[in-house]
Design a protein around this ligand. Structure first.
Ligand SMILES: Cc1ncc(COP(=O)(O)O)c(C=O)c1O
Length: 497
């Protein structure tokens, strides 16, 4: 049997490799990682000859093939080199100096990577309401009645789409989106929202947020001004920061976005993001006079308007309001819709209807990117719409949300009068109730959260910290008895303050 020479013994000692049989990590991977760490830390220098695989195996008490597996992996990555008759060495030209000198090590250990201006701005926002736990409690805003979604039917349609999928669909489908779904959406927005569009103008997105990002990428340059509703949807604010654009807060009053104020603050804005049919979170509708003023200004300044029409399908009573897009003769409006409310948020499907003049540029942009959403789910949704299930589900949910809104309004009037003043609610699945002037809505929301009520503070949606406080109640996912109980609990918390 060959004995180990003194040099090799020294190297073996410097390797100080051990394996741990109690962990689930395979032995060869443990040896690989330990040896790699020693090479990178400089403990084993470039050019050092390693002990033979046999002596390493006997030292570690493992099979020789285990050692060989680790050495081969490190050899394949260039850490080790094997030469005939001189055995295996640490690669002599390995640039470990740069990685292991004390200043370099300090830099690697402590300093985070340099971030873009957009990432720095986003980091300043934080991850959003830290009060919210993982499981939603009443009245977390934004959730539809998930328990009433026809899951079995949907699963069948997804299964059918999978079993009948063409090769093209399995490849990922069309970059602009599933043609049948684009057609079904065009029919839906024309009939239900008074939009004017053909299927070619519809681009499928992975929900509103991705639509915002795509629109911003194609119509706004870093540093450009974008009007944002104040208070408004945080997702719009995030998308603007993520595009390194300049968000300009524009106040919202009882007629919706104050267009005159926007023109005063940023007459040269390139884009306006707003929810004209059901402002989030105040719930107001943009008046006809303001709609016309906004369209006139955008046409004159060649600015674009992103219409976020996230929940207008759920108008509780009366005729649905026409989308702003339907009034636009100058091709300024990009109309964004989502299936997060009408189906379920995890589906991550939405759409942007672009003006005819932008069809080509959106098409070209899509051609250089993978399709943003699952082709199979798009196909299933096209069938869901074509077979009338979507329209039926909307009809049913409209009644459900109307009832839940009424129950919540009645309960708030009955139990929280004098403290909370609910604003009218004729659409969707959230409402806003105002607090007396001077009351901190953050403190009230905090108190409510402590007793299990998750209403959001209105000021969390404000870009400037001015204006009366209020609470935003999402009621879509809560059944009437639970709504009444939660308002009772809230009343207790308000009275105890
Ligand atoms: C104003 C507004 N727009 C859009 C959405 C939906 O966003 P997404 O389609 O990215 O889920 C929401 C959801 O809460 C919303 O409140």
């Amino acid at each position: 049997m060959r004995t180990i020479g003194t040099d090799q013994k020294r190297t073996l000692a410097s390797l100080l490799l051990k394996v741990d049989r109690k962990t689930s990590a395979p032995l060869h991977a443990q040896i690989d990682q330990a040896l790699r760490a020693r090479i990178l830390s400089g403990a084993v220098r470039p050019g050092t000859r390693l002990p033979s695989s046999r002596s390493l195996a006997s030292e570690l008490g493992v099979a020789r093939t285990t050692v060989l597996q680790a050495l081969e992996a490190l050899q394949a990555e260039g850490y080790l080199v094997a030469a005939p008759r001189s055995g295996v060495r640490v690669a002599p030209e390995l640039p470990v100096e740069g990685l292991t000198s004390p200043p370099a090590r300090a830099a690697h250990a402590g300093s985070p990577p340099r971030l873009s201006a957009a990432a720095r701005a986003l980091a300043g926002l934080g991850t959003g309401a830290p009060r919210l736990g993982p499981a939603p409690r009443p009245f977390r805003p934004g959730l539809p009645a998930l328990d009433l979604f026809p899951v079995a039917l949907w699963s069948r349609l997804v299964g059918r789409a999978q079993s009948r999928a063409s090769a093209r669909l399995l490849e990922g489908g069309e970059p602009a989106g599933h043609p049948g779904l684009r057609r079904a959406i065009a029919e839906h927005v024309v009939a239900a929202r008074g939009a004017r569009c053909s299927p070619e103008q519809v681009f499928i997105t992975a929900g509103t947020q991705q639509a915002f990002e795509e629109v911003l990428r194609l119509v706004v340059d870093p540093g450009d001004s974008v009007w944002l509703e104040d208070p408004g949807y945080l997702g719009a604010q995030r998308a603007v920061l993520g595009a390194a654009a300049r968000g300009v807060p524009v106040p919202v009053d009882d007629e919706g976005l104050d267009v005159e104020a926007g023109i005063r603050r940023a007459p040269d804005a390139r884009l306006v993001i707003l929810a004209p049919s059901h402002q989030y979170p105040l719930g107001v509708t943009l008046s006809l006079a303001r709609r016309m003023a906004l369209l006139r200004w955008a046409a004159a300044e060649r600015a674009m308007i992103l219409e976020d029409d996230y929940d207008s399908e759920f108008r509780h009573r009366g005729r649905p309001l026409t989308a702003l897009q339907g009034l636009d003769d100058a091709g300024r409006v990009l109309y964004v819709g989502t299936f997060s409310k009408t189906m379920f948020p995890g589906l991550r499907l939405g759409y942007v209807v672009v003006p005819p003049t932008l069809v080509d540029v959106f098409g070209v942009a899509r051609a250089s990117l993978p399709a943003p959403a699952s082709a199979l789910e798009q196909a299933a949704l096209a069938t869901f719409m074509d077979e009338g299930h979507f329209a039926r589900h909307l009809r049913r949910m409209r009644g459900v949300y109307r009832e839940r809104a009424e129950v919540l309004l009645d309960a708030l009037h009955a139990r929280c009068a004098g403290v909370l003043e609910p604003r009218p609610c004729d659409t969707g699945m959230q409402l806003c109730a105002m607090l007396p002037a001077g009351t901190s809505d953050l403190a009230v929301a905090e108190r409510a959260a402590r007793v299990g009520v998750e209403a959001a503070a209105l000021s969390e949606y404000r870009l400037t910290r001015r204006g009366r406080g209020g609470l935003v109640f999402g009621f879509g996912a809560i059944r009437p008895p639970a709504i009444r109980t939660a308002v009772e609990t809230l009343q207790g918390a308000l009275e105890a303050a």
